[in-house]
Structure formats: C-alpha cells, structure tokens
Design a protein around this ligand. Structure first.
Ligand code: PGA
Length: 249
C-alpha cells in the first residue's frame, strides 16, 4: 500500500493567536485541493484559536511537544489529554531545538512518544545528526542510537511519523540534497525494519525536514523514500507553505 504524503508546518515560537488565525485564513483556500495530509503544529496557546480557524478545511491541528505523565506536578507542561480535548491530532516530539536547548534526551523522547500514542495522538518524532557527526562519518551510528532508544516499546509503527532532520540543515538554508535525504531516509527505514521487524514499519511515513521550501519541495518529494516534509521557516508564509503542500501540481 502506498504511503500517503504528509506535509507539516512547524511554526516554532511564532504567531500570536490572532496572527495564527490570519495565517490559517490565508492558507485555507490555497490547500483545499491538497492530495496529502496537511498539518500545522502551532504554539500551545494558539491551539484553541487555530482549532476554530481550520474548521471545515483539510488542515489538521498539531502541537509542538507533549509531556509523558497523564497529570501532576510538572509546572509549565501540557498533557496529551489536554491536547486531545482541543482536537489536536499530531504532536512533534524530540525536535533538535528541544534536545539542544531544553534538555530533551532519547529517554524523554521515548516516554513522550509512548504517551502520545497511548492517548491517540500521532507523534512526529524528529531524529537526525549534527554537522560534526555527519562530517565525522557518524550519521548511521547516531541514527542507530536514536532508532533503538527513541522508539523502544512501540508495537505499531503505522501510528507514528518520523521526521529526519539533519541538524545542519535546520534554519540554515542549507538543505540536504535530494539524494542525501533520500539515501538517509532509506537507511532509517531499512534499519527500523530490522530492529522492529513485524511491527508495521513498512507503513510508517518518514518526512524530510531542514530548509525545505517552495523551491526545493518538488525535488525532495519526487524521491521514493521521502513521504513528506516538516517545514519550519517556509510554513510561516501561506503562499510558500501552500506551494510545498501542492508539490504534486
Ligand atoms: P526549517 O525548520 O524548515 O526552518 O529549516 C525545520 C524544522 O526545524 O522542523
């Protein structure tokens, strides 16, 4: 069965609720004929406004993080049930910015991923190597470690999305070439099939992320291993994000 492409915007810490509504308003007509799944992962406080704004469109709602506990003394955190109640369907987990600036580890990424699945959210789990790791020939080693640790305990991989995001390509304008992205995502899929045999890995979608934009989306999406994109900067402009979503037009 062919995997349905999925294009997700990662707004990061951008757009107040009113700005978010404007962006979604502009985006809606531009993506109405999309053949892929379209998601916007918005700041938590924008969720109620964006839920209303996307109503009646193909745009699905995503968050940028979720805590692993069901509830309790975790000041500043948000639970899966809180997201679910607002119609959130997707949640980014383990973004490199969270790993780099907020102490996210493979262990907490794994816990958050399991909690999201348990609550019926689709996690978009980010993995990828740094520039030093790539230049040191360590890409596969790093991915092997993340694959073993971040996804332990998952029984059905059709329920998750992976975003392969080489850290050196995020927000730098330096995209992986179509071939580099395809090759590395192919490696991830092969490795996952081996480590998690019999757990529906073949149906799991793997996105590319890192300076993907209106200009390079078509080429990346033409690669057989690439099932979608996680789009940062280019998701903040309706026209640019829509061009990525409509990569097949
Ligand atoms: P970028 O961000 O498209 O701005 O490089 C991608 C991401 O961090 O998810």
């Amino acid at each position: 069965m062919a995997r349905r492409p999925i294009i997700a915007g990662n707004w990061k810490m951008n757009n107040t609720a009113s700005e978010a509504v404007e962006l979604v308003k502009a985006l809606k007509p531009l993506v109405k004929d999309a053949k892929c799944d379209v998601v916007v992962c918005v700041p938590a406080i924008d969720i109620p406004a964006v839920k209303k704004a996307v109503h009646g469109s193909k745009i699905r709602l995503g968050a940028q993080n979720v805590h692993f506990a069901e509830k309790g003394a975790y000041t500043g955190e948000i639970s899966a049930a809180m997201l679910k109640e607002y119609g959130v369907q997707y949640v980014i987990i383990g973004h490199s910015e969270r790993r780099q600036y907020f102490g996210e580890t493979d262990e907490t990424v794994n816990l958050r991923t399991l909690a999201a699945i348990k609550a019926g959210l689709t996690p978009i789990v980010c993995i990828g190597e740094s520039l030093e790791e790539r230049e040191g020939g360590l890409t596969q080693k790093v991915l092997d470690r993340q694959i073993a640790a971040d996804f332990a305990g998952i029984e059905d991989f059709s329920k998750i999305v992976i975003a392969y995001e080489p850290i050196w390509a995020i927000g730098t304008g330096r995209t992986a070439t179509d071939e580099q992205a395809n090759e590395t995502i192919g490696y991830i899929r092969k490795r996952m099939k081996k480590v998690y045999a019999g757990k529906n890995v073949g149906r799991m979608r793997i996105q590319y992320g890192g300076s993907m934009n209106a200009k390079n989306a078509k080429g990346l999406m033409a690669q057989p291993e690439i099932d979608g994109g996680l789009i940062g900067g280019a998701s903040l402009k309706a026209a640019d994000f829509a061009t990525v979503v409509n990569f097949d037009k």
